[in-house]
Design a binder for this molecule. Structure first.
Ligand SMILES: [Zn+2]
Ligand SMILES: [Zn+2]
Length: 378
């Protein structure tokens, strides 16, 4: 009830602001803008931590840290990333494969170090993101702008639709998992121990690193970098790239995001087939290290029942809703053009055979990127 009232108040305010905007000739579109409260504590934490990360980056960039601290920070960064990527995302949110107890314990451990909310909350937000993608009920609705979908959503009060529709997200599988509920219940304590005390304490105790460096690099800088690389999936991969699988949705394929997020940038594919453990089409040579880590755990016997979309299903989707940038579509065009060229050449042999120029939004090797390029295929 309270939610409905606050929603009505918000809508009134939105209409007033929009009407004022229109009256003042600002050209605001109806319903596009509304007022929202900033959560100042969160905003300050993000601002200060990013500002302090600058000298931390200086320390790291100019190697004023020991090699042990450098390696330790890298290991924490990669491990905590996997706590999010193969853990919170591909396993707990999408259930794209099954995991044994040791892998689940490992996921909880690495996930806590990433400090991106407990797994229950992360999975709830992400399930909601897929269910109501790029609408007001999406926690990081990309139609509200790059900044909002990147980090702004974490420093503002939730849109009433997010609160209302969040209650319909089925979380029963996670709620019946004692490990998940243990992490949820003791999240603050676990963060203090594993995400703050451990990254700072280990370098100080084992190789006499100073407190300042231990605080700035393995704890702060590493956390900020992993956070921003993860946020890029919600912001950049919903804005700049091509859409070979479904041109009617915002998520795109982005090589840049795939590089920084270790394989989560093939987002147009992922939104079409969220239950596919690869989160991309491997057969096309996409950069996807997280999938290789899942393969490693499958080899170890800790991950099994890996789900993936069949080539036939993917091809049908490409034909039905893709934007034409998928290599199979480009290859069809090339075959047709080559056939026509051969036909012409057989009719007139006075012209020498020339390389076929194939303009498009992809190159042979890096077809996922959105770089406008001309490829010469001989
Ligand atoms: Zn998305
Ligand atoms: Zn997802």
């Amino acid at each position: 009830m309270a939610t409905e009232e606050s929603w009505n108040l918000l809508k009134d305010e939105a209409l007033r602001s929009t009407a004022q905007g229109e009256a003042q000739g600002l050209g605001l579109k109806k319903g596009r803008y509304f007022k929202t409260d900033v959560v100042w504590t969160n905003a300050l934490i993000f601002l200060v931590s990013h500002l302090v990360a600058v000298p931390a980056f200086y320390l790291w960039a100019f190697f004023r840290i020991s090699w042990q601290t450098w390696l330790f920070s890298l290991a924490l960064g990669l491990g905590s990333s996997q706590g999010i990527l193969l853990g919170a995302h591909r396993y707990y949110t999408h259930r794209s494969y099954k995991a044994t107890l040791p892998l689940r314990v490992l996921i909880i451990f690495w996930n806590t170090i990433a400090i991106q909310n407990c797994l229950w909350e992360w999975a709830r937000d992400h399930r909601q993101h897929h269910k109501h993608s790029d609408t007001d009920a999406d926690p990081h609705n990309a139609t509200r702008g790059f900044f909002f979908s990147h980090v702004g959503w974490l420093m503002m009060r939730k849109h009433p639709d997010v609160i209302a529709k969040g209650k319909d997200i089925d979380m029963s599988d996670l709620e019946s998992d004692p490990l998940i509920m243990f992490q949820k219940r003791h999240y603050l304590l676990l963060v203090l121990l594993l995400s703050v005390a451990m990254p700072i304490g280990v370098p100080m105790y084992f190789w006499n690193e100073s407190f300042a460096v231990s605080f700035l690099v393995p704890f702060l800088l590493r956390t900020i970098i992993v956070l921003n690389f993860t946020w890029m999936v919600n912001s950049w991969a919903h804005a700049f790239g091509n859409k070979p699988y479904d041109k009617s949705i915002r998520p795109v394929e982005s090589l840049l995001v795939a590089l920084v997020s270790l394989g989560e940038g093939w987002h147009n594919y992922h939104h079409c087939f969220p239950w596919d453990y690869r989160a991309a089409e491997l057969s096309l040579g996409g950069f996807n290290p997280t999938t290789n880590v899942i393969h490693f755990f499958a080899w170890l016997g800790w991950a099994y029942d890996l789900k993936q979309a069949s080539d036939t299903v993917v091809a049908a989707r490409v034909q039905r809703t893709g934007d034409g940038s998928h290599p199979s579509v480009a290859d069809t065009k090339t075959t047709t053009t080559t056939a026509k060229t051969s036909e012409t050449e057989s009719l007139d042999n006075t012209f020498p055979s020339t390389p076929l120029l194939r303009p498009g939004k992809h190159s042979c090797a890096l077809w996922h990127s959105n770089v406008e390029s001309t490829v010469i295929c001989r």
